[in-house]
Ligand binder design. Structure first.
Ligand SMILES: *Cc1c(COP(=O)(O)O)cnc(C)c1O
Length: 379
């Protein structure tokens, strides 16, 4: 089987994990946690980075830091892995789901702009959704598949309506937008190191901050809000959302290899694009958002007859995956506002397949995938 996106652990992972075991620094503090945080802040061009147990925990803490409360509305995308939409409900808020841009497949910021223009009212308490009187608590763009949302537009709307923008950059580590790293432009930005992401710690996450005071608050909340180094005294309700030193050791080794991984992901995407561009059943490639240099995390294509193609490729031992079921189709979120333009996200979901694109995939394997796609459409 050619896997979809497998971890690549060919660097100093063993050595650094062994160091943790040899020195007994295995748990939630240790030099690798500090190093991983420092490397992440430096790489992404922010002032501070706080490691978390996973990307979902990073997003949850971000919403709390942004002051999102029960019954607020949070604006996010309809096509995403479920995590950002779940966390909105963790704080008692309600998602407003936005359709995607037809070319970039990202949350359509023009629909967001029109929503603010036509469906909200600025009051002394903040910007509210006119029909329900609910406060808009945050805008949460999700940079899906390694491409990026129109962050200039998102930032402009956030500023205009005084609403924090929280970037879900979990799929876009290594992507830049007009030279700025994914996750470095908003109120804060979240990363994930789950097994299929561009780098992995098995499971883990990070929150990126320009505001170092906010970063301190994040560390506090992820450490059970313990307020004294000696005594067990706590000044608010906190969480155990820390990343342990053993996993941070993996993270440090992975960060050392990240630039090489990004280069390889881009080569893989370019080779697929060249191989597939003249095949009749290919409907569309994802277009980079203007200003974006994408990490090409998961190479995804819109195909004719996608379901049958997927069956054919799986039978040929080529692991492919459809996009995530649109959030508005899930029973928990069916009642949420879905701001759409002829349900583009539903159509995109019906067309798309992600192709194998691990950093250690060989060119011969990419060509085999291309040959099989061609063979399918010739039949
Ligand atoms: C992977 C991912 C997350 C975070 O996932 P964890 O498994 O909790 O690290 C969040 N949002 C998106 C869009 C993701 O793809």
């Amino acid at each position: 089987m050619i896997p979809l996106s497998a971890p690549n652990l060919a660097g100093n992972e063993w050595q650094y994990v062994k160091d943790c075991l040899d020195t007994n620094w295995v748990s939630s503090v240790g030099s690798y946690v500090d190093r991983f945080e420092q490397m992440s802040a430096a790489y992404n061009g922010v002032n501070a980075a706080i490691a978390t147990s996973n990307g979902t925990a990073a997003l949850h803490i971000s919403l709390m830091l942004a002051g999102v409360k029960r019954d607020d509305l949070v604006l996010t995308t309809n096509i995403t892995f479920i995590s950002p939409v779940n966390v909105i409900t963790y704080v008692g808020a309600e998602p407003v789901l936005f359709d995607v841009d037809p070319a970039t497949w990202q949350m359509d910021m023009e629909l967001v702009a029109a929503f603010f223009e036509n469906e909200t009212t600025v009051t002394p308490a903040g910007c509210v959704h006119t029909a329900t009187g609910k406060l808009i608590g945050a805008i949460m763009p999700v940079h899906i598949l390694g491409n990026m949302c129109d962050m200039n537009r998102a930032s402009e709307l956030g500023k205009k309506y005084n609403i924090p923008v929280i970037e879900d950059a979990t799929e876009a580590l290594g992507s830049t937008y007009y030279g700025k790293h994914a996750g470095s432009m908003g109120f804060c930005g979240c990363l994930s190191y789950n097994g299929n992401k561009i780098i992995t710690t098995g499971g883990g996450g990070m929150i990126l901050f320009n505001d170092t005071e906010l970063a301190k608050k994040a560390k506090h909340l992820t450490t059970q809000a313990k307020s004294d180094p000696y005594e067990y005294t706590h000044d608010e309700i906190g969480y155990n959302y820390r990343l342990v030193n053993i996993l941070a050791a993996l993270g440090v080794a992975q960060m050392e290899q990240l630039p090489g991984f990004v280069t390889r992901k881009k080569e893989v995407a370019a080779r697929y694009a060249a191989r597939l561009k003249n095949i009749a059943g290919v409907k569309a490639f994802q277009q980079p958002t203007p200003g974006t240099d994408a990490n090409c995390w998961l190479f995804t294509v819109a195909f004719e007859n996608q379901e049958a193609l997927a069956k054919h490729l799986l039978a040929e031992k080529i692991q492919v995956r459809p996009l995530w079921v649109p959030m508005n189709k899930l029973p928990m979120f069916r009642h949420c506002l879905y701001i759409n333009d002829n349900d583009r996200s539903g159509k995109l979901y019906g067309d798309c397949l992600s192709l194998p694109c691990s950093t250690n995939i060989t060119n011969a394997e990419i060509d085999r995938v291309g040959d099989q796609i061609e063979a399918f459409y010739k039949k």
